[in-house]
Design a protein around this ligand. Structure first.
Ligand code: MN
Length: 246
């Protein structure tokens, strides 16, 4: 079966502090186009689908009614990230075993670091975001916040938060028991292959769909071949696909 894995949409309350930047209707249309084009059986949201550190569940669903209805589709799977742990329907991870016994492990990946992986670290960041919201009327503070986002997201320079081995190490550990590991969280689309005792292992990261991007992975769970999807709000009509590797 073919599945699409996307993550880190950070769907917000559509105010000045939001980083989602998709029109709900455009996103739905695009997901439907992908579903048809690839003949997808499942769409897996690999965490941080909702921005619950900055907003309440009510604020987010109030601003995104169409998307919330659309998300009721039974072929969608939701995994929790560090920004949507309040989403009680989310899974810790999702695992698929194919007919050859190969195991695909899908997880958000925030447990690789203390700050996002512990209750204490998340409480600190929740406090930080509530301060940000309280003072969001100040242009300077908003500028500083989006400046930090730009550095972290590699909009202008080498991304600071990905310049670390901890996520790769975490994925390599998971590959001991799995054939494919798909993480998210770093907002960096990537793929690495390695061999353990001649067994091919794949670590993939599905990137992010925030800031108007549409990144993700289409995986054939039987052949383990995949496409890395790298589009933007502007390019969704011209499907840009890197040829199948695997
Ligand atoms: Mn995350």
């Amino acid at each position: 079966m073919k599945i699409l894995i996307i993550s880190d949409l950070h769907i917000d309350a559509c105010d000045r502090l939001g980083t989602f930047r998709w029109n709900q209707e455009d996103l739905i249309k695009h997901l439907e186009k992908m579903r048809e084009f690839y003949n997808l059986e499942k769409i897996i949201f690999n965490g941080d689908t909702f921005e619950l550190l900055k907003y309440t569940q009510e604020e987010i669903s109030g601003a995104n009614k169409m998307l919330m209805d659309y998300f009721r589709d039974r072929n969608f799977v939701f995994i929790n990230g560090n920004h949507d742990l309040l989403n009680i329907n989310g899974l810790e991870f999702y695992r698929i075993t194919n007919s050859s016994g190969q195991v695909i492990h899908i997880e958000h990946g925030h447990n690789a670091d203390w700050f996002n992986g512990s209750a204490m670290g998340r409480a600190i960041s929740k406090f930080g975001f509530s301060m940000l919201r309280m003072f969001s009327g100040f242009d300077l503070l908003r500028k500083v916040y989006f400046g930090i986002v730009a550095v972290e997201e590699s909009l202008s320079t080498m991304p600071r938060k990905y310049n670390t081995l901890k996520y790769l190490t975490y994925a390599l550990n998971l590959l001991k028991d799995n054939d494919v590991v798909i993480l998210a969280h770093t907002h960096k689309l990537e793929s690495h292959h390695t061999y353990y005792l001649n067994k091919k292992k794949r670590y993939l990261n599905c990137g992010s769909c925030s800031l108007g991007r549409f990144q993700g992975i289409v995986l054939d769970t039987e052949t383990l071949r995949y496409d890395l999807i790298k589009e933007t709000v502007e390019s969704v009509n011209k499907l840009y696909v890197i040829p199948m590797v695997g």
